[in-house]
Write a protein that binds this ligand. Sequence first.
Ligand code: 4AD
Ligand code: MG
Length: 432
Amino acid sequence: MTATALIRHLPGLIGQSVALRGWVVTTRSSGKIAFLVIRDGTGYLQCVIAKQDVDEATWETSRLLTLETSVEVSGEIREDSRSPGGVELGVESLATLGPSADFPIGKKEHGTAFLFERRHLWLRSRRQTAIMLVRHEVVQAIRDFYYERDFVLVDTPLLTGAVGESTGTLFETEYFDLGKAYLAQTGQLYAEAAAAALGRVYCFGPTFRAEKSKTRRHLTEFWMVEPEVAWYDSDDNMRLQEEFVSYVVARCLERCKAELDILGRDRGPLESVVAPFPRISYGEAIQRLRDLGSDIRWGQDLGGDAETQLAQQFDRPVFVYNYPRDVKAFYMKQNPADPTTVLCNDCLAPEGYGEIIGGSQREDDHDLLLGRIREEGLPEKAYGWYLDLRKYGTFVHSGFGLGVERTVAWICGVPHIREVIAFPRMMTRLYP
Ligand code: 4AD
Ligand code: MG
């Protein structure tokens, strides 16, 4: 096939003749002139077909086009201030490449079950492509942030022998003669080993949890970025988180204006996302919730509603730190000032999005860690290598995990995280 132009580049090609390929978005025709909007993934372009300027085949083609037909058009790029991108195409020729009869997603409102069953086609919509572009920017911002700060990317395994977070949400499979393997719930434990080798590292990949809850905030497969830093304590860890989250949000404000507009996202709340973020201890969080009328008691984990209520009190993300050790994972460092709590934090996003980050300082004392592994009934043998990190030059270290989908949903202002990953995996969805 011959080279064709991308719609995104057309404003620089005014007066030139170009050929383009794309898909039909709308058509409108009077007796003598037809208007066609096509998209190619980089933008939308209005094409104008004047009957008197084109051959019969082109005119006939233009009259028969239907939604999502793939086409090739050529003609001259003209300035047109009313069009998106400020240009339109004066069509000289038009050909159908692939017909599309009865495209199932039309102009009328469809229910979400209908749309998710047709996710492979729904992705082509203006709103869905805007979300994918914001996600793309978030992922690039994440990589840039760590690259600029000398963090080394370490890819951690997706098949593991040791439980990373909790036994309640494991996907397991038989693994040859070695017994059970689990799909990784986190890359953290491996990132800790890498931090002892490289100092500042991060892993970034898909993680898996057999979440049986059907909430707006849970997928069974989601992406997480997990930095791990040697010599960072819990305070350093929170400072890194606030710098990181503000960086990612600022990048989207700067580079995703058009997409946020398509999504109708109010930019005001995002503009307040500037470090430092407020910090409240778990104990203070419980007190605040009780003052708001909740009957939550010290020792209970914060549920989604409690997180929403707390976060509503602030104009930017808020850290809740030092949770009771009994509601948190075995690897978190015991708080020397209060052994009933651990040195950890969650970061709660505003506007009802809840926890986007979970992080902690790690238990660096061999015997305390072994005690926790035993207490949780975890198979000691599978953690031999993890305990070694505390036997050979143990080190203060901390890290956290940021959920990509929750972050993108919040930045986009999309209520349900299933809409911010191309092909969501949930308890009730494996197709397409
Ligand atoms: O709080 P979590 O479970 O923390 C960890 O996995 C740690 N190992 C991270 C670390 O310290 N390296 O999960 C971290 C984040 C949550 O804050 C949330 O944003 C996201 O991962 N997350 C989910 N996102 C979508 N669907 C789910 N089922 C999620 N579970 C957690
Ligand atoms: Mg968590």
